[in-house]
Structures are given as structure tokens and as C-alpha cells.
Ligand binder design. Structure first.
Ligand SMILES: *Cc1c(COP(=O)(O)O)cnc(C)c1O
Length: 224
């Protein structure tokens, strides 16, 4: 399938699932290009995609270099502290801020304010990165001590399941937490955004108010 056809399907799903009580605008679609070639990423660009996501340093820098410079580049994977200096100033949005050591390294290396999503491990699975729901508020408050970090929102990865009730509950919890952080009125943490929903669960994330959905397989495919 062409990216264009896939995008049309996804946009139809978004229209069908959006709940105006939780979202005032349509979510941004981030094309996750980690599985595919530069050519396929360019096809996504030609189909109108302007948000791109990669989870590894090499792929991120390679795609950024190859794509036109009006794209917004999202780093969606966990970032090792020692690699921060190699990539942080090329990142428009970091989706995986999950620890103090990373915040510290970012504030040391970034030459401009980095828009960050705090990654929350809502499901509590040990295989998932992210700060626990309980630790979130104290963590956000501590970020006051670091320069160049703006908490634009929260991000989560849901478990691989078809249990819609469970998925809905996870996305809803993230939204509730987003609202709590926003209500703190911290100048460095406007926290208006929700990065949630991937190929298998994005319609449910959209129902719960996602503002950024991260789609790989269903949009650009998976080459192995
Ligand atoms: C790979 C990845 C995605 C996209 O996954 P698909 O299931 O292929 O849509 C989204 N978010 C993160 C953090 C990822 O690593």
C-alpha cells in the first residue's frame, strides 16, 4: 500500500473516533520511520506528512539529513545520557524524558529549549520505560532545577493487547495525569499534549484525547 492510501485510512479512523470533549483539534500524525528506508520516508513526506519519529540515534540523524528542512523531528526512543550531546540539538520533540540523569545531561548540552514529553509507564509493565504514575508529579516539580527543558506533555506506550477496556483505561489515566500537571501552572511545564497511540491502538488513544499519535507499521509499513 502507498503511504498516501494508508494515511487516508488513518485520517478516516481519526475522524470516526475523535471525541470533541477530550480534544479540540485533530491529533498530529507522526510517521515512525524506524523500520523503513529513506525512500519510504520521503514518500511519506510527499504524501503530506511533516512529523517524523525515530527511536535510535543513527536512524534519527540519517532521516533528518535526508528529509526537507520543514519537517518536525521527534525522538521517540529511550535516549542514553552519554549520547545526548550527539543528537539533542537536532531534536524538535523528545518523547522519552524519564529520569533525572537525562534531564541533567539535556540541560548541560542543549543550546535551546527542548520540547519534552515525560514518558509515563502507566501499565506498570517491567519491560516498559517511563516514570511510574506515582512518581510523575514529584519528578515534574524537580525539573524546575534544570535548564532548557519544557514539559509540553506526557507520553506512554500501552501494552500489546486487544483488550480495549484496558487500553482505554491506560490512555484515560495519562490524560488525567496530563490535566494534573497542567493544573500546577508551572512556567516550564505547560503540559498540554498527549503522545499516545500506535498502529494497534491509535483509534482508542484518539477517543481519549491524543494530540500526537506515533504510527509506524500501519502508515509506512515494516521492512525487515
Ligand atoms: C516503534 C514505535 C512506534 C510505532 O510502532 P507501530 O506499532 O509500528 O506503529 C511508536 N512509538 C514508539 C515509542 C515506538 O518505538
Amino acid at each position: 500500500m502507498s503511504v498516501k492510501e494508508n494515511l487516508k485510512d488513518i485520517n478516516e479512523q481519526i475522524e470516526a473516533h475523535i471525541d470533541k470533549t477530550h480534544a479540540s483539534t485533530l491529533p498530529h500524525v507522526i510517521a515512525v520511520t524506524k523500520y523503513v528506508t529513506i525512500e519510504r520516508a520521503k514518500e511519506a513526506y510527499d504524501a503530506g506528512i511533516r512529523h517524523f519519529g525515530e527511536n535510535r540515534l543513527e536512524g534519527f540523524l540519517e532521516k533528518k539529513k535526508a528529509l526537507p528542512n520543514d519537517v518536525t523531528m521527534h525522538f521517540i526512543g529511550s535516549l542514553q545520557s552519554r549520547k545526548v550531546k550527539e543528537v539533542i540539538n537536532d531534536i524538535d520533540y523528545l518523547h522519552a524524558l524519564d529520569r533525572k540523569s537525562l534531564a541533567k545531561e539535556i540541560s548541560k548540552r542543549a543550546t535551546h529549549t527542548i520540547k519534552c514529553f515525560v514518558q509515563v509507564n502507566v501499565s506498570g509493565e517491567s519491560s516498559k520505560h517511563g516514570i511510574s504514575v506515582e512518581e510523575l508529579i514529584p519528578f515534574v516539580k524537580e525539573l524546575e532545577n534544570y535548564q532548557n527543558i519544557e514539559v509540553v506533555g506526557l507520553m506512554t506506550m500501552a501494552p500489546l493487547t486487544e483488550d480495549e477496556t484496558q487500553l482505554k483505561s491506560i490512555f484515560k489515566q495519562l490524560r488525567t495525569k496530563r490535566d494534573e500537571v497542567q493544573a500546577l501552572n508551572l512556567p516550564y511545564a505547560p503540559c498540554t499534549e498527549l503522545s499516545m497511540g500506535m498502529s494497534n491502538d491509535y483509534p482508542i488513544a484518539v477517543e481519549e484525547g491524543a494530540t500526537y499519535i506515533r504510527i509506524g507499521t500501519r502508515l509506512v509499513g515494516k521492512e525487515e
